[in-house]
Write a protein that binds this ligand. Structure first.
Ligand code: FES
Length: 427
């Protein structure tokens, strides 16, 4: 019995040991199984989160497109001038809300509005385009306009009735008519590639809209703005720019003044004395791998677009809008592949009685008319507003780009039309 009792105790310990090991093994298997399960569960959750994020993004894009499509309008819509801000001596910002009080479409930052302006003393409305200078929002557009009248010794050497009127006579409460935002020079807010913005003088207006939109909708996207101007005296939207830079760490601003005032201090009011040059850009950037958006006067554009192309920036990454017809054309020619050249021919302007030789270097009919001092109205210079329409009395034209408005029969849009053989134009 004693032996049996000893055996029973040994068995008891043996059984207890085996049971303990079994429990430990069982727990380990639960733990291993659990962590593998939780790993897969976590991965599943992450994939789910990613899917939800992608769907949210797609929904936001869709919503933006729907808003853009549904809230756009055709023809002219009336707007009330709700606020006027004199930025500096010659530059005024106009804040516009729609009279119908419906929300505004989500425009593409960089686009412009085309206005039909009834000016005192003018028989016909003047059609003019001005860049929108704020980020998209439901309530208002802001356009920042420079008075382009040039005076020397008290005499006007260049008249610009529309900009003069808007910057000196327009009052709050007045009504203006404008077409929906248009224009192909705009930033893509669905892209993520870092951006370089290059603005010369009043070219800051569409560039500011791009910058403010990146700050609002893409606060993680890196953006560097090179601003070129004479001094603080000519610097429109300076305060708005400084506010953006102060609030957003993804934005870097470099101010270049070519002719600073005595009171302008380097390191305070500006960073570099001189113009924005391609060498400066190269010295500031780690590589050329950015999307570039440029807006400014002809020389500024011509030098920088050529410089960027020579630096090896693919032309798809260089987006620009220049002031003045010849600058756009020559800059475009600098980076475009040569088109099949058209034959030289003649343009007869029947109202002035002048016949002029035309070749590709003269550009569009509008460019040629301006080169020879023939008056032709213009607005957008891009085939969007219809203000440059002229009668085509003889011959044929080709469009350098498809216009978005269609001229009446027997007429042509001179800003995008080039003669295709000898032509006669009612101008
Ligand atoms: S200037 Fe606007 S269509 Fe020609």
């Amino acid at each position: 019995m004693a032996n049996l009792a000893i055996l029973s105790t040994e068995h008891y310990f043996l059984i207890a040991g085996i049971a303990l090991i079994a429990i430990v093994l069982l727990q380990m298997s639960f733990w291993v199984g659990g962590s593998i399960g939780s790993h897969f569960a976590q991965k599943k959750q992450m994939n789910l989160n990613l899917l939800i994020l992608e769907q949210k993004l797609a929904a936001a894009k869709l919503e933006r497109n729907i808003v853009e499509g549904e809230l756009g309008w055709s023809g002219y819509r009336t707007f009330r001038v709700v606020k006027l801000v004199r930025e500096i001596k010659d530059i005024v910002s106009i804040y516009l809300t729609p009279q119908d009080q419906r929300p505004l479409p989500f425009f593409k930052p960089g686009q412009y509005l085309t206005f039909s302006l009834d000016l005192p003393g003018e028989k016909k409305p003047l059609i003019r385009c001005y860049s929108i200078s704020n980020a998209p929002n439901d309530e208002f557009f802001r356009c920042t306009i420079k008075n382009l009248c040039v005076e020397a010794n008290g005499q006007k050497t260049h008249t610009a009735k529309a900009s003069q009127y808007l910057t000196t006579q327009l009052e709050e409460g007045q009504i203006l008519r404008a077409r929906a935002p248009a224009g192909k020079f705009h930033i893509d807010l669905n892209e993520e590639q870092p951006v370089v913005l290059l603005a010369g003088g009043i070219g800051i207006t569409p560039i500011f809209s791009m910058l403010a939109s990146i700050a609002k909708f893409q606060p993680h996207r890196r953006v560097i703005l090179f601003y070129g101007g004479r001094s603080t005296r000519d610097y429109g939207l300076k305060n708005d720019l400084q506010n953006l830079v102060r609030k957003h760490r993804n934005i870097y601003l470099l101010n270049c003044f070519s002719d600073p005032l005595e009171s302008d201090q380097q390191g305070v009011h500006y960073d570099v004395k001189g113009h924005v040059t391609i060498d400066l850009i190269k010295s500031m950037l780690p590589s050329n791998n950015f999307q570039y958006y440029l807006c400014g006067p002809g020389q500024f554009m011509s030098a920088l677009v050529t410089g960027l192309a020579e630096w090896g920036v693919p032309k798809e990454q260089i987006h620009f809008e220049a002031f003045g017809p010849s600058s756009v054309k020559s800059v475009r020619a600098d980076i475009s592949s040569p088109e099949k050249s058209r034959q030289a021919c003649r343009i007869r302007f029947t109202r002035t009685g002048e016949t002029v030789e035309w070749n590709e270097s003269n550009g569009s009919l509008l460019d040629a008319a301006e080169q020879y001092g023939v008056a032709v109205n213009s607005g957008c210079r891009a085939g969007n507003c219809g203000s440059c329409e002229v009668g085509l009395l003889k011959g044929r034209v080709r469009y350098s780009k498809d216009p978005s408005v269609f001229p009446e029969s027997g007429k042509t849009l001179s800003c995008v039309a080039c003669p295709d053989g000898d032509v006669e134009v009612d101008a």
